[in-house]
Design a protein around this ligand. Structure first.
Ligand code: BGC
Length: 364
């Protein structure tokens, strides 16, 4: 499943993006291939109390992912580094939180005591601090821990040790910092993550008894699989998280890391009754599962790649965001800047129509 990016694909992406996407000049940097619409799915949510969502108690409402920066193997390897100015722009645009994907495992020793690199930790502190200074809540996750997904038995101790260190390090942070122990568990982790996350929650609770914790469901947090999410009984402040990229052939058309996606180019989304019903049913499932588990639901990623027709992206984005909100589910758009981006970092401007789809009724 690992993505193999060739120079050819990169070039093709750049050329096509320059024709099809609004002004984004940075290629996407995903490293995983996601399952298609028929594959299983996930869940998770978490939140602080600053901007409570009316129905769920979840303090997260509308957010955006700071993708392709700190979850690259080295920040900058995928063409960008987080910028302080982004966070004020995000807050001013009307978002209340950011989700910050972080490749902790790429900066952690491979042997006991699995120490996290201090220079990297300081860099993440800096970026989290910029978000908090801008008045944004932060969902900080563990992204791209492929070694655990391949070999859960061999990497479990490392996963636990990383979170023990992070929980200790961030225990003094305001409650508007949320922890998401693992982005998109998949592969062999599909069989282990429900148990392992229960242990992770116990570890985090030793130092962070009141921290909101966002839990992704197995099989890439796909919506279809949210029903297999298991959360420990009697635990407060948990959020179930799902990722919404359906229909996948629309959202991932032309994406170099999605096998066969070249053939999907030209797929539109027009908001027909049939198209709406397809996504409504998935979101209904997320809502009803959240009610069963008695936790808020967070759509921690959703977005359509810049190779898709722009008007379709706007329509789809608006529809998904509003449907989540009608179901009391919070969300974070994937992503601020890059292949799915809503913001052009070079021009320091949002794409107005896409931003209007996410945050309607503001003067963009
Ligand atoms: C991955 C990104 C990818 C996005 C959409 C994220 O979870 O980390 O690399 O671009 O999903 O596929």
């Amino acid at each position: 499943m690992a993505k193999r990016r060739s120079a050819f694909l990169l070039l093709a992406t750049l050329l096509l993006a320059s024709c099809a996407a609004p002004a984004s000049t940075v290629p996407p940097a995903a490293t995983t291939e996601k399952p298609t619409a028929t594959a299983p799915a996930v869940t998770a949510v978490a939140a602080p109390s600053r901007t409570p969502s009316p129905d769920t108690g979840c303090p997260l409402r509308r957010g955006v992912n700071i993708g392709n920066c700190l979850e690259a193997p080295q920040e900058g390897a995928w063409g960008m580094k987080a910028q302080q100015e982004w966070f004020a722009a995000v807050a001013e645009a009307g978002f209340d939180h950011v989700r910050i994907p972080v490749a902790w495992s790429a900066h952690t020793g491979k042997e006991l005591p699995y120490a996290i690199d201090e220079v990297f930790l300081k860099r993440v502190d800096e970026v989290v601090g910029w978000a908090l200074d801008a008045g944004l809540a932060v969902v900080m996750n563990m992204h791209h821990f492929a070694e655990y997904c391949e070999d859960p038995a061999g990497q479990r101790e490392r996963l636990f040790a990383i979170w023990e260190q992070l929980a200790e390090h961030y225990k003094g942070m305001p409650e508007t910092v949320l922890f998401e122990p693992l982005n998109e568990p998949n592969g062999n982790a599909d069989r282990t993550f429900n148990n392992d996350v229960a242990e992770l929650i116990r570890i985090i609770r030793k130092t962070n008894p009141d921290r909101w914790i966002v839990v992704d469901g197995v099989h890439w947090a796909n919506l279809q699989n949210i029903g297999s999410l298991r959360l420990p009984e009697g635990e407060k402040r948990l959020i179930a998280s799902v990722h919404m990229y359906e229909p996948f052939q629309f959202t991932h058309q032309g994406a170099s890391w999605a096998a066969g996606s070249g053939a999907w180019l030209g797929t539109t989304w027009e908001g027909t009754d049939k198209e709406k019903k397809f996504v409504d049913d998935l979101l209904d499932l997320a809502e009803s599962t959240g009610k069963k588990l008695d936790v808020p639901v967070y759509v921690g990623e959703f977005g359509a790649y810049g190779m898709a027709d722009f008007e379709s992206r706007v329509l789809w984005t608006d529809y998904i965001a509003r449907q989540c909100e009608q179901r009391g589910m919070s969300w974070a758009y994937w992503e601020l800047y890059s292949g799915f981006g809503v913001y052009d970092s070079g021009r320091k401007k949002f794409y107005d129509k896409l931003l209007g789809a996410l945050i309607p009724g503001e003067d963009h």
